[in-house]
Design a protein around this ligand. Structure first.
Ligand SMILES: C[S@@+](CC[C@H](N)C(=O)[O-])C[C@H]1O[C@@H](n2cnc3c(N)ncnc32)[C@H](O)[C@@H]1O
Length: 743
């Protein structure tokens, strides 16, 4: 049965529905209460009826049935009991796999197909069929189970009439309580919907003056009023003509709204504006709201050690309430409730699972590493994705798991050991320079890039205040360098692969589409391909704030906390269609396995572009053999390495100004020593900003002599730098060179 489905392409992941958690919790409480009462009533009855002739009792019941008399009022639940099929063996481990749960069984079966030796034996298959009949417990709930009768209220080894008998006052009370709870949950949901609808459609007769209720300065803001004003302003922005004050413009309203968002949610103005600009005002509000609540807890089954069914059973035995994360994943389990810390169970310690956000599955699924391949995970710590890749490759082939941060690489090693990944080698290098120099010719490369983390604000609220303009210059620049290295490390002629997946847990365009666009421009030998992740999520932007991106950018996927209830994420899959452009002999960034087609030197030098790259302009053809024009078409003008330098310099000047320093005084200070030393960490094509790094260090030195406030922000920026890049050798080199420079 499962074979056909096993071959089926993985469908789009269904959104994780948190409303279900509330309903499930309430349902569980009601059911356990009812079940407890039923058991107590049963015990009482049994002791009363001791010695009584059971056959007579059943006959009596039958008689009363044929007479049309019933002992208890016929409720919906009672009908369910009457229709219930008898003779089902009670299983020690409770799993709800009602016949309507066929989908879930298929998932388990499918999973078994990919897990090592987990379900090969006939015994195991029989175990599965036993499971199919098991209706005793619903701790593992299929997402489709809503609205299905809960037959499992009663034990299965009883026949129809026994079940009927057990409709005592005790369990009827339990059942009606359950219904009440369900109704209450539905009412709450409806109420919430009404409120939302009112927000969208409330057309007040007058024009609310949101500017009137300014709060006195110096006082703590009244959060309720602030929230009200936020929703009012959003409503006004939805129909400015009718609701707006005649003397106020859209900009005035947006300005007020952004200030209120900053105060209410605690963002710095720069970040609030950046995030706000991604959405309509109404959706931006939903996004900011979603960042205030945690995402569902998800664990990934490590199929190198177990299978999902066994893991689910083991955890259910410990009292964990969980269900499969959705049809899109055969290894994910969403955890609703756990009486035990999930990071300390024996199953966790034995490496049967890893705590991993649902959206973190997606880049690996998009990369789809195959058994036997050579795969690179460029920025791998703490290893959630590395270990998933290793499992998909069934511990065959080779995964190079690299991370620039030594302490983080140690955590990565820990996870690799715990999860039993034997095909993985850990390296601790700056991926910008190490690859493909040290190693190249990979079948696939994953670059889960260091980022500003704007997709995971619910996990790290520090992002709200710590990320500023400077970060949005520095980090995208590093992402570009890393992605160039990723592409150059892939073997375009790989029989099975030739793919790069680029992902970030950030939602900003600068770190996502803009990085990919830059790469398309620098590397005409790559093209965007479908991620294979279906319709889940939203397409990447093809234009943003006046900038046009490649039309294929729509094939990249964006995920948002408020839309899919997962961490904000971006996934782009690239296919390398030809050899890496040849760099100058001094910039030997091409791998041995990726033999480039060099142009004649005279011609090459004439085509040298601003950052000294020699581009192999051999036409790249698409799958239909048609030459692809990377230069023209829908490509809008876009910044290159030099633009970066300019933007970074501008942001640096702004940063210094904010600290009360004169940028001219600081940045134009004559420097001794070799500035270029810091470029050791960068490719020749992207060396320009290294000067800025030197300047930054110099500026930081300057600020040490300045007042405390200036020192503080300087230290902050140092700290962030540490977090993002880690204590790499190249960092040390940078520090040395900047020391020299500032001397
Ligand atoms: C988003 S995290 C990676 C998470 C990881 N892929 C996972 O799923 O567990 C980014 C990582 O990039 C590392 N990193 C930062 N700069 C790097 C560089 N230049 N080269 C390699 N790794 C770097 C950071 O230390 C950090 O661990």
């Amino acid at each position: 049965m499962g074979v056909g489905r096993r071959m089926k392409k993985q469908g789009p992941p269904a959104p994780l529905d948190e409303s279900k958690i509330t309903i499930l919790k309430k349902r569980k409480t009601a059911e356990s209460e009812a079940a407890a009462k039923a058991v107590a009533a049963k015990k009482r009855r049994r002791s009363d009826a001791d010695g009584e002739d059971v056959v007579t009792k059943k006959e009596n019941v039958k008689k009363s049935k044929t007479n049309g008399n019933t002992a208890a009022p016929v409720t919906k639940e009672r009908k369910v009991v009457q229709e219930k099929k008898p003779v089902q063996k009670k299983k020690p481990v409770p799993m709800d796999t009602d016949s309507e749960d066929e989908e879930m069984e298929d998932e388990f079966e499918d999973l078994d197909g990919i897990s090592e030796g987990s379900m090969d034996s006939q015994e195991d298959i029989e175990g599965l069929s036993d499971l199919e009949n098991d209706t005793d417990d619903d701790s593992v709930l299929d997402s489709d189970d809503e609205g299905h009768p809960r037959e499992t209220m009663f034990s299965d080894d009883e026949d129809l009439s026994d079940a009927e008998e057990r409709l005592t006052a005790a369990n009827i009370e339990g059942l009606s309580r359950k219904l009440d709870l369900q109704r209450q949950a539905e009412e709450e949901e409806a109420e919430q919907e009404l409120q939302e609808a009112a927000m969208q459609t409330n057309i007040a007769g007058d024009r609310p003056d949101v500017f009137a209720d300014e709060q006195p300065a110096g006082l703590a803001p009244d959060l309720q009023l602030l929230r009200q004003r936020i929703t009012d302003t959003i409503r006004i922005l939805g129909d400015l003509k009718t609701l707006g004050q005649p003397d106020k413009s859209r900009t005035d309203y947006i300005d007020l709204l952004l200030n209120d968002i900053c105060t209410y949610y605690g963002y710095n103005r720069y970040l609030a504006e950046k995030l706000f600009n991604l959405f309509t005002p109404m959706e931006a509000f939903a996004f900011f709201e979603a960042n205030e609540t945690p995402r569902p807890v998800v664990i990934r089954t490590n199929t190198l050690r177990t299978n999902r069914r066994s893991l689910a059973q083991a955890l259910i035995n410990r009292g964990v309430v969980l269900e499969p994360v959705g049809k899109w994943s055969k290894v994910g389990l969403q955890v609703f409730e756990s009486p035990v810390p999930l990071g300390a169970t024996p199953e966790y310690l034995a490496g049967h699972y890893i705590l991993q956000a649902a959206s973190s599955f997606l880049p690996v699924m998009a990369l789809a590493p195959q058994p036997g391949e050579r795969v690179l995970d460029m920025a791998a710590a703490p290893g959630g994705k590395t270990t998933y890749m290793s499992a998909l490759m069934r511990n065959t082939g080779c995964v190079i798991a690299n991370d620039a941060s030594k302490p983080r690489a140690k955590g990565l090693i820990g996870n690799i050991h715990r999860l039993g990944c034997k095909n993985t080698i850990v390296t601790n290098m700056d991926a910008r320079t190490a690859f493909p120099k040290a190693m190249g010719g990979f079948d696939r490369v994953l670059l889960d890039a260091p980022c500003t983390g704007t997709g995971v604000i619910s996990k790290d609220a520090g992002v709200k205040t710590s990320k500023d303009e400077n970060d949005f210059m520095r980090i995208p620049h590093m992402q570009r360098q890393l992605l160039l290295a990723a592409i150059d490390s892939v073997d375009h002629s790989s029989k099975t692969g030739g793919y790069v997946v680029y992902s970030t847990c950030s939602v900003t365009v600068e770190e996502n589409e803009a990085v990919v666009q830059y790469i398309l421009r620098k590397r005409p030998n790559v093209k965007i391909v479908d991620t294979g992740l279906g319709d889940f999520g939203s397409p990447g932007f093809i234009s943003y704030m006046g900038k046009k991106f490649d039309a294929k950018m729509a094939l990249t996927r964006r995920y948002f906390p408020h839309r899919e209830n997962v961490d904000g994420f971006y996934v782009c899959k690239l296919k390398k269609t030809g050899p890496t452009p040849v760099a100058k002999p001094t910039d030997d960034t091409t791998s041995a396995n990726d033999k480039p087609r060099r142009r004649s030197s005279s011609k090459a030098s004439s085509t040298t572009d601003a950052d000294d790259e020699i581009i192999d302009r051999t036409p790249i053809v698409d799958e239909n053999g048609v030459s692809v024009d990377f230069e023209g078409g829908s490509f809008g003008p876009f910044e290159d390495g030099n633009d970066d330098a300019e933007r970074i310099a501008r942001s640096e000047r702004n940063r210094l100004r904010r600290k009360g320093l004169n940028p001219k005084g600081v940045l134009n200070k004559p420097k001794k020593g070799k500035e270029g030393a810091s470029t050791q960490t960068e490719t020749a094509s992207d060396s320009a900003p290294s000067k800025e790094q030197v300047k930054e260090k110099t500026a930081e030195k300057e600020t040490k002599k300045k007042p405390e406030s200036a020192k503080k922000s300087s230290n902050e920026s140092k700290g962030e730098k540490k977090t993002v890049v880690g204590g790499t050798k190249s960092d040390k080199k940078d520090k040395k060179s900047s020391k020299k420079a500032s001397k």
